[in-house]
Design a protein around this ligand. Structure first.
Ligand SMILES: Cc1cc2nc3c(=O)[nH]c(=O)nc-3n(C[C@H](O)[C@H](O)[C@H](O)COP(=O)(O)OP(=O)(O)OC[C@H]3O[C@@H](n4cnc5c(N)ncnc54)[C@H](O)[C@@H]3O)c2cc1C
Length: 103
């Protein structure tokens, strides 16, 4: 049984399987006004990196990928973002700050 949520109309569709597609709008509204996005809401990063318009803020996965949107590409860019974040922290000597606080 299918229900049209706009009209309330109910119909029966005979099928042996179905595939759920949940849309093409990334869940990035909380970053609006902070991170540069395209018109659909994909966070924009500097080509070849995960760097956003804010220094030290990195984006990856479906939130910034409007082309591939697959698990393997999300994992790949996630790895890029982790490495970019680590290098950022080392460059800004946050590591020594954390070590200092821990001792
Ligand atoms: C129906 C469907 C079928 C798919 N089939 C395939 C497939 O066969 N092969 C394939 O490779 N890919 C497939 N994909 C795509 C794949 O699932 C995604 O590309 C991948 O999961 C993206 O990973 P991600 O970590 O970027 O985002 P997500 O996996 O969406 O992870 C985002 C996480 O952030 C959390 N989150 C969101 N907002 C907040 C917030 N405000 N605070 C805290 N946490 C928050 C969410 O709860 C979620 O856990 C499919 C997707 C769908 C919807």
């Amino acid at each position: 049984m299918l229900k049209n949520n706009k009209t309330g109309e109910e119909t029966v569709l005979n099928a042996t399987g179905f595939f759920v597609a949940i849309g093409h709008k990334p869940n990035t509204d909380i970053f609006k006004g902070y991170l540069t996005m395209d018109e659909t809401g994909y966070i924009q990063t500097i080509k070849g990196t995960s760097q956003t318009n804010i220094k030290g803020v990195f984006a990856c996965g479906d939130a910034q990928d409007n082309v591939y949107r697959q698990a393997i590409t999300a994992a790949g860019t996630g790895c890029m973002a982790a490495l970019d974040a680590e290098r950022f922290l080392v460059e800004h000597e946050v590591e020594s700050f954390i070590e200092e606080r821990a001792s």
